[in-house]
Design a binder for this molecule. Structure first.
Ligand SMILES: Cc1cc2nc3c(=O)[nH]c(=O)nc-3n(C[C@H](O)[C@H](O)[C@H](O)COP(=O)(O)OP(=O)(O)OC[C@H]3O[C@@H](n4cnc5c(N)ncnc54)[C@H](O)[C@@H]3O)c2cc1C
Length: 726
């Protein structure tokens, strides 16, 4: 049996297909790659009836893919079919389960009969109110949520569900620690949809999958407590069969910084605008940003940073990128940037949002959160007549006689929306959430995404489909901290371990960078070097792990060194108190290693050629001993000792905020075709558009966010002028 099984598996690996095999008389199994690892589905079939479905997927994400693992067996048994809907928000795991289940059924050679009527299988519930709870975006112990306005101590989202014997009477979200602004659309829509449809198979809110799942998972738990089989409530939710048609001057696709600034321009010019937004909230990735670049705003002039002019910024940026950026575009963006910072502040001054709370040479600090966007829409844009459609995904540009004349979209409930417009602005925030596009356009997907996973390149793809072309340097927007794909280092303090100067080795065991660059030139040198090698091992000692856990970076570097580095406040906290637990989790996941000696550490990691590793360790020990680094030139005050074990190595990859440089645009943000001619009617802004940046990213504060606001502005001004000229 074992032989047949391994032969089948080997054949499948060779053919890259699902592994399917018979296990016993009436059970059949198949295995497919899920989100975190393999999932195996075992079907038990007796006389054309699916009597049992078992799913083994231990590596699927708790609360997300695990819900598909838990719920889909019941759904399949109830339907007597392996063709059931995916569990909303768990598409990858669900699809893997469906594929494996279909393969197992095929291997069985059996045909499944009609399902028994649902009422016949539903278990009666004990009437009453039951509670359930589940973690959402922020997991237990996570410290990152606080920066986005969540409580310091994260509690699971709690729901209260009232039922009678057969139905759900009400669902209430009692409390949640998830991010303010992101939670609102989930709390508004999901409980009501569950009651209305008597189903927990309701759609998650795009852009807030984890918060949505926490509510649904809590309800699932409560239903179980009431005596129900949750699979009985996985009824498909019917899609609307409606159509809506609109005509407008400008249709804006994406309500991030670029789209919002375009809507402001339209409002001020008295031009009609419709904004389509895929998620349930406003602001896109732009709510994650702490600020944006602007040159010579009134606020900067008043703060005495007036020496840095548009001309000097222009020369600095163009020199930095060796003139690979689109000069006229860069100049146009810089020219409006100071005035736009002041314009935005003038709006925020009329609201409770403080807006810009500090300025630097380029920086305009806003702090994170959705409020800065919510107030712009609630107080100014919507009252002025801008039609904003949330949970409405643009799917396809409409082209007539070579010109873009609008867009086809779909609302979350299935309603088809057609917007015909004189001008169309695409600004959907790049494709950081699309691994396939990362592999295709950036070379690999070995990144941890710190931005929105719902930014999957819709805008870029829609433009490419109609003949637009990509800019030369489509790039990952690298972040300065490190992360990992299997263990979420970003939720805790492990992301800061690259800030201490620890030895960094590439996958072959070779030192590849001056480690101080992870701090001193984080994006252009440090993160770019890490991107090049794919992943790195950071090496430190038990004593250093203990010291960081107790005192944060102060446990490793002197105060004088830390002062000279001008680090962000959040790195300089008095203790990285979760670090040891994070290290335990990394060790358990096979993403960290521990050994008593450095030699043992190399063996534990399993470098293919231990000699390369040993030579690099020997060379680096000499660097530490002499305090001189002849090849890389690392500063001596960032060389933590490796004199005494035990030793740790942790695997880190680059984190990205998303991508930048997409569709090639001219200086007015018009998309161009392969003849470099503007495509009539089509503008692209924000991170969907390409030309302002090259690679690596400009060292400096706020350029992507600054570009997003200002590219929306420059594009809209050009569209409006064209519309007004008729
Ligand atoms: C944690 C973090 C911190 C950051 N900090 C900074 C910083 O301090 N300074 C800085 O300059 N930059 C920073 N950035 C980067 C910056 O936030 C982004 O580059 C910028 O917000 C991008 O703006 P955008 O308008 O292009 O895209 P977004 O703000 O992402 O807006 C795009 C919008 O389009 C919507 N959309 C997507 N597809 C569709 C579709 N098919 N139909 C309709 N709508 C769609 C999305 O839901 C989204 O709302 C940070 C990013 C992150 C993740």
């Amino acid at each position: 049996m074992r032989k047949i099984l391994s032969l089948a598996l080997a054949l499948c690996l060779a053919l890259s297909c699902v592994a399917a095999f018979a296990e016993a008389g009436n059970t059949w199994s198949a295995t497919e790659q899920g989100f975190g690892g393999e999932v195996t589905v075992t079907l038990t079939i007796e006389d054309g009836v699916l009597t049992d479905v078992a799913i083994d997927g231990p590596n699927e994400t708790p609360g997300v893919g695990q819900m598909a693992v838990e719920l889909m067996p019941g759904m399949m048994v109830n339907a007597n079919s392996v063709e059931v809907d995916v569990v909303s928000g768990c598409t990858i795991s669900s699809t893997a389960i469906l594929t494996a289940a279909k393969a197992a059924l095929e291997a069985s050679g059996q045909t499944l009969g009609a399902a028994a009527p649902a009422e016949a299988t539903a278990a009666a519930m004990t009437p009453g109110t039951y509670t359930g709870e589940a973690y959402g975006k922020w997991q237990k112990g996570s410290i990152e949520g606080e920066r986005f306005g969540s409580p310091a101590i994260i509690e699971p989202t709690q729901v209260a569900v009232t039922v009678d014997e057969s139905s759900i009477l009400s669902v209430e979200v009692v409390s949640t620690s998830d991010t303010p602004g992101f939670t609102d659309p989930c709390v508004e829509r999901i409980p009501a949809a569950i009651v209305e449809n008597q189903s927990i198979a309701v759609d998650v809110v795009t852009g807030a999958t984890l918060t949505s799942r926490a509510i649904i998972n809590g309800v699932t738990q409560a239903l179980e407590a009431a005596g129900a089989n949750p699979a009985d409530f996985m009824k498909p939710v019917p899609k609307a069969d409606a159509e809506e048609n609109y005509e407008t001057d400008i249709v804006i696709i994406g309500a991030g910084a670029a789209g919002t600034m375009a809507a402001i321009e339209a409002t001020e010019a008295g031009v009609d605008a419709i904004v389509l937004e895929k998620t349930g909230k406003l602001g896109g990735t732009s709510v994650c940003s702490t600020g944006f670049a602007g040159i010579q705003s009134q606020q900067q002039i008043e703060a005495g940073v007036a020496d840095y002019t548009v001309d000097s910024a222009f020369r600095e940026l163009m020199d930095f990128c060796k003139w690979r950026a689109n000069g006229p575009l860069v100049y146009n963006i810089l020219q409006v940037s100071g005035a736009n910072a002041d314009r935005l502040q003038a709006y925020w001054d009329q609201t409770d949002d403080p807006g810009i709370t500090g300025v630097g040479v380029t920086a305009h600090d806003t702090g994170k959160g959705t409020m800065k966007f919510d107030v712009l829409y609630d107080k100014f844009l919507v009252p002025a007549g801008v039609n904003v459609m949330l949970e409405t995904t643009a799917r396809k540009l409409i082209v007539e006689d070579g010109a873009v004349v609008g867009v086809e979209a779909e609302k979350q409930d299935g309603t088809k929306v057609t917007v015909r417009a004189k001008k169309t602005l695409v600004c959907t925030g790049g494709f950081g959430g699309n691994d396939e596009m990362l592999r295709k356009y950036i070379g690999h997907d070995n990144f941890y995404l710190n931005g929105l996973s719902s930014n999957v390149g819709d805008g870029v793809n829609m433009c490419l489909e109609i003949g637009a072309i990509l800019s030369d340097e489509v790039s990952p927007h690298l972040a300065e901290f490190c992360s990992n794909k299997k263990v979420d280092f970003y939720a805790g303090y492990m992301k800061f371990v690259n800030q201490a100067g620890f030895l960094a080795l590439d996958p072959s065991g070779e030192r590849f960078v001056n480690e101080e660059f992870f701090v001193t030139q984080a994006l252009s040198y440090g993160a770019s070097a890490l991107r090049r090698v794919g992943y790195a091992y950071l090496v430190f000692t038990q004593e250093q792990l203990d010291a960081m856990t107790e005192k944060g970076l102060y446990g490793i570097l002197s105060e004088e060194t830390i002062d000279s580095l001008m680090l962000r406040k959040r790195i300089l906290v008095p203790s990285y108190y979760t670090l040891k637990d994070e290290m335990e989790a990394a060790l358990e996941a096979g993403e960290a290693w521990k050994a008593d000696t450095l030699e043992g550490l190399g063996e534990a990691i399993g470098f293919a050629d231990q000699e390369i590793y040993k030579k690099n360790i020997a060379d680096y020990l000499t660097v530490l001993e002499t305090g001189e680094d002849p090849l890389f030139g690392k500063r001596a005050d960032m060389m933590p000792s490796l004199a005494e074990g035990p030793y740790y190595a942790v695997r880190v990859i680059s984190a990205i905020d998303g991508t930048y440089n997409g569709i090639r645009v001219n200086e007015n943000l018009q998309a161009v075709n392969s003849d470099y001619q503007p495509i009539p009617g089509l503008y692209v802004a924000g991170q969907d558009s390409g030309g302002f940046f090259s690679y690596p990213y400009y060292e400096g504060v706020g350029w992507t966010q600054g570009y997003a606001w200002n590219s929306g502005s420059v594009a809209a001004k050009h569209m409006i002028a064209a519309i007004q000229e008729g």
